[in-house]
Design a protein around this ligand. Structure first.
Ligand SMILES: Nc1ncnc2c1ncn2[C@@H]1O[C@H](COP(=O)(O)OP(=O)(O)OP(=O)(O)O)[C@@H](O)[C@H]1O
Ligand SMILES: [Mg+2]
Length: 563
């Protein structure tokens, strides 16, 4: 059974012969196409796909040999089976000529029907097999093409993934590089700020004393006031640098953000001027956060001033707060837990990509020399990180800026540090013997001068060991004021040893920054350097008062037993 009938073309100028072929080939059950002349045969060949052509050699217009040559010349019919049918031209020479013209066989006349059928069948079979092979070949080629396309797709996909991975790695490297840069900058800034703080401490202490002694001459006091103001501005700068380096002295408290913002709105309105509208949007029932309220106010003020600078023609600042819960691996660099997200949004100029990238770098400013220190955002960034939170900035040129401060809620359990010098500076008129410990002679000397000026008696030493020596022989020392960062023995270590020697002796730790390693807070009252004479006075007074109070609460053991 044939799937599809194939075409057999019979070419003969005699219709009777054409008819006889038709009868002879009927049993093959294929399509028979008849042509009366060579021209008609060519026409049929061009129109149909023909498996076998039977050609009569003797035809009037074009003989069989010529027709065969013409057929063979056409590339489409190179392999079509041509069979000559002839009563004459049957010599071997004729046959050779026929084969040369492209015939595949030669059938003599009178034609034996069975022979013709057998021959034609063979070539039809061959034709079918060739077609099948062609089809298989095409299928194979298609599959190869599909496979190639698939491989190309996989390859392109792979290349894209390699590119993505490379980009990711480059981004990760850039991030690490940026973190290392900020880390080094932090260390450098912190170190420089610490040293400057000590110098400013000495400058300010001496200036304050000088001012007091020369109070009678207004011209001189004006000059000294100018110097004090300059030194105080320097101290503000070092404070910002320490904040950026995450080494400022923080006094975290439980703070209600909406109350804090509410409390400073009026001050903000005044500082920003009438062209800037301030709006607040606070979610109800926000949890309190654990943060140093003064530093948070300073941070918000910095953000508001930045917003004002970005809105020279006026605009709107919206301060909002919402609760947020953060999971582990959050990509924000904060611990998992509950936070309050405090956002400051402005309608200002916004930042381009480069500015946004560098905005938190210390000393980066676009505001020109003398106008901006470039420490505002660095300080806010350092402060939030040191408070266990994070800062995020989103900005686009022409679309305003959003700065978010993520602050841990008070349930995070941040310890509240004791607040030093918070008691009012009430001079009780009492005079104390104050032991001053500082490895920097300039500072020890300045502090001694203030202490003396306050009406107390200073005893100054340059190390913890010397302080212990003094305490062993001088029982009249009432209070100790010590630096923390000292070689050989730190202020904390000294305090520990003093506690063994004299458990009730008040000790004040004077530090310029948060230099105590984690978990090493000895719970001592602290005084931030550089401090003013009245701050030291208030702190001494508060500690002595606290000591008196605790002494009056102590009931001698035998008295207690009798009661
Ligand atoms: N809200 C804002 N809109 C547009 N640009 C801002 C905004 N906040 C900060 N910037 C850009 O980031 C830079 C750095 O800000 P940062 O507060 O650290 O320093 P500064 O404002 O330039 O100086 P300083 O804070 O000492 O006055 C700014 O100079 C400004 O280009
Ligand atoms: Mg600023």
């Amino acid at each position: 059974m044939n799937d599809k009938k194939v075409n057999i073309l019979v070419v003969d100028d005699q219709p009777a012969k054409l008819l006889s072929y038709e009868v002879m080939l009927k049993d093959l059950d294929e399509n028979l196409i008849k042509a009366n002349s060579a021209n008609e045969a060519l026409e049929q060949l061009l129109k149909n796909d023909v498996a076998v052509v039977l050609i009569d050699v003797c035809m009037p217009d074009l003989d069989g040999f010529e027709l065969a040559s013409m057929i063979r010349d056409h590339p489409r019919f190179e392999r079509t089976a041509l069979i000559f049918v002839s009563a004459i031209h049957m010599t071997d020479l004729d046959r050779v000529r026929g084969y040369e013209c492209g015939a595949v066989d030669y059938v003599p006349v009178p034609v034996v029907p069975a022979l013709l059928q057998a021959k034609v069948r063979v070539f039809i079979e061959l034709y079918r097999k060739s077609r099948e092979l062609e089809q298989l070949n095409n299928q194979l080629e298609n599959r190869v093409l599909e496979r190639t396309a698939e491989l190309e797709r996989i390859n392109a996909d792979l290349e894209q993934r390699v590119e993505e991975r490379t980009r990711e790695r480059q981004a990760a490297f850039a991030q690490i590089h940026e973190m290392q840069k900020m880390e080094s900058l932090g260390k450098l800034t912190g170190g420089v700020a610490h040293d400057f703080n000590n110098l400013l401490m000495a400058v300010l202490t001496n200036l304050h004393l000088l001012r007091k002694r020369l109070a009678t001459d207004p011209k001189l006091t004006r000059l000294i006031d100018g110097a004090i103001e300059g030194a105080e501005r320097g101290a503000t700068l070092t404070k910002r640098m320490l904040a950026f380096a995450r080494r400022q002295e923080l006094k975290p408290e439980t703070v209600n953000t909406s109350d804090l913002v509410e409390g400073m709105t009026e001050m903000l309105r005044r500082s920003l001027g009438p062209s800037i509208e301030i709006d607040t949007e606070f979610r109800a029932n926000l949890a309190p956060v654990s943060v140093d309220p003064n530093q948070l106010e300073l941070a918000l003020l910095n953000l508001a001033l930045n917003a004002r600078d970005a809105m020279p023609l006026g605009g709107k600042i919206t301060v909002s707060a919402r609760p947020e819960t953060v999971a582990a691996d959050n990509g924000r660099g904060v611990d998992a837990g509950h936070y309050v997200c405090l956002a400051v949004v402005d309608t200002g100029t916004g930042m381009d990509e480069t500015t946004l990238k560098r905005a938190t770098e210390p000393f980066f400013t676009t505001k020109g020399v003398g106008k901006g220190t470039g420490l505002g955002l660095s300080m806010v960034h350092g402060f939030t990180a040191q408070s266990g939170g994070a800062m995020e900035i989103r900005s686009q040129l022409g679309c305003g800026t959003t700065v978010e401060l993520w602050l841990p809620t008070a349930s995070h359990g941040a310890a509240e540090a004791p607040v030093a010098g918070s008691a009012p500076a009430t001079m009780g008129g009492r005079s104390y013997r104050v032991l001053i410990v500082d490895d920097d002679a300039l500072i020890a000397e300045g502090t001694a001068a203030i202490v003396e000026d306050l009406g107390h008696t200073p005893v100054q030493v340059l190390s913890g060991l010397s302080a212990l020596d003094v305490l062993r022989v001088d029982a009249d020392i009432d209070i100790v004021v010590t630096d923390h960062a000292m070689p050989t023995m730190t202020g904390t270590e000294l305090a520990r040893q003093i506690r063994q020697l004299r458990p009730d002796l008040p000790i004040i730790l004077a530090t310029g920054y948060a230099e105590l390693p984690n978990g090493e807070d000895p719970g001592l009252p602290r005084l931030g350097k550089p401090y003013k004479p009245e701050e030291l006075a208030a702190c001494i007074e508060a500690q002595m008062k606290a000591k008196d109070k605790s002494a009056s609460n102590v009931v001698p053991i035998d008295k207690a037993r009798r009661a």
